[in-house]
Design a protein around this ligand. Sequence first.
Ligand code: ADP
Ligand code: MG
Length: 678
Amino acid sequence: MSSASALDNSIVYLRGVGEKRAKLFEKLGVKTVRDLIYHLPRRYVDLSAPVSIAEAVLDMPNVVEVTVVSKERPAMIRKGMTIYKVLVTDGSDDMTVTIFNSSYVYDMLRVGEEYILFGKITGNFTRREMSSPEIRLKSKADIIEPVYPLTAGLTQNMMRICMKSALAKMQPKDVEFLPQDIVDSASVLSEAEALKLIHFPETPNDVTEARRRLAFGELLTLRLGMLSLREFNRKSTTFAMKKADMEPFYRALPFKLTGAQSRAISECMADMCKSIPMNRLILGDVGSGKTAVAAACIYFAAKNGAQSVLMAPTEILASQHYASLKGFLEPLGIKIALLKGSMKKKEKTEAYAGIASGETEVIVGTHAVIQEGVEYRRLGLVITDEQHRFGVEQRTALAKKGENPHRLVMSATPIPRTLALMIYGELDISVLDELPAGRKQIKTYAVTGKLRARACGYVREKIDEGGQAYIVCPAVEEGEDVFNVTDYAKELEKGEFKGYRIGVLHGRLPAAKKDEVMAKFKNGELDILVCTTVVEVGVDVPNASVMMVENADRFGLSQLHQLRGRVGRGERESCCILITDSASEETRKRLRVLSSTSSGFDISEADLEIRGPGDFFGSAQHGLPPVKIADLAADRELIALAQDIADNITDTGRITLPGCEPLRKRVEALFDSGVRMN
Ligand code: ADP
Ligand code: MG
């Protein structure tokens, strides 16, 4: 990677490529030889583990080794469609192979010769068939064949040939970006070996080892990038706060803080007393009391004469944070304002004036609060709730706000720590792993639609006792084949819940309407809220004690856990009923995780294993540079290893030394944001 190498030439010069093909390769993002060798197989045809025809699993891809017994005469079934049938056997059983329209393949097959076939076997126990399998002459087959992403005009075979000539041009030093001792201590292959094996493995283990090296390189680079962002943040200075008397705040609290809350608050205060900005994530389960931690930090900042801003992703959440913070802080004489897009101009102007004069010490709103040219007097603390929804640009935009305020991030989802370190790697983390005492378990049941009537009966009982209910559907309006809030609310109004007061809430309602419905529900003017996942995060109505979720299989486990966290926030015994019509055992098993544990951290572990990290963040939303090879769900051991080594490289300052130049370049290339190391 140091100086120019043959790999940086255009692929036009590769044998067998030329202008025309180069154009096709370009569609795949492949311009140089280096691009080509990093164009990785999507999957492999593994011919290494043949099964007998008799034992093959029907309707699944199988590899079989067969001898051709006989060839039937081609049958033209209509113009332009000829079917070729060949009888094969492997000793255990025989089978008909059907080939459509390819006289070439048909002619190639010789009676008495051995072949390896790969494809789906169909039929029944007496007659088996294989349609259009991959066919290889046994004596010549590569046992594991790469299968590449292609574009029209290119074939797998061309790709393999070009890849071979590209790899022949590769010198180990052209691709290696890790110092040898790191390669050794991580016990990974060299980059060159890994690339050779990822394209042309001889055993399945070769693929595993090659992937491991490439994924390791990727994770290490990512982690180093996060650490460099963190260093970058640490270069800026802010005003260091001083110790303040927190007693009045603690005395005014209606409850005793949990140990985890106290710890988090101390960590934040210590951070804010430094002259580099705090950059901390509060990672906590639903109901772990993140808001109280935020309130304590705001109080601390206010005692230091600094303003604070709290940014929430939706107006509903902003309104609610406003209400709770007001409860905590106003009795202590701290002035707090809510800024909403839907406010009247006059109200806004008044709010702006209060902020500019410094009379208002706390401002709560959606992210508009930092964009609308609001002028702060002495902004010292910026808190963002449910950070991942803001994306990485806003994260950096915030960091660049002139005054370098201290930053606190409250997580939406309790995610496993290793993953948090990857995704929020530039932040310090406080974990709230303890729920306030006396929290009741939310009993959770997963049932099929057959029990819907009974579930509704149970919900009515709860409401009759004075409670309130959420009924959650995946869709807003008719369209997909799932429950939608609009129609379902009408149906329930006439049927199961006749005479009950029902409100409808979803993301497409105008903000003012949403707030109105939410306020009614909160004030007890509605018995039931039929809603989408807009209630997922943070909404707090202590009197709501039962939730029913339709099409529960449509949601991720963590999301369901967030949802059920909307109940069980008050004195009432609470319960969550997950309804699914999915017959799959997998689904039941997945939903049962929720009945058996109430720890958001455990649930996110399970979710991560089942569905991958995309689910927490809506894949593109986590704002990370794309990870192509590593699998954030499956490569846990590798993530931990990469983290350790990256931390060591950073702590020792080694990243700036000459041996680490290629690695440093890769890290810098990761962020276009202009963040530079050292
Ligand atoms: P989350 O972490 O989900 O944002 P909240 O901050 O909304 O949790 O807190 C959930 C509820 O628990 C709120 O009603 C809050 O007042 C209450 N609460 C927070 N901390 C404690 C505590 N230490 N003891 C009792 N109740 C608490
Ligand atoms: Mg919250």
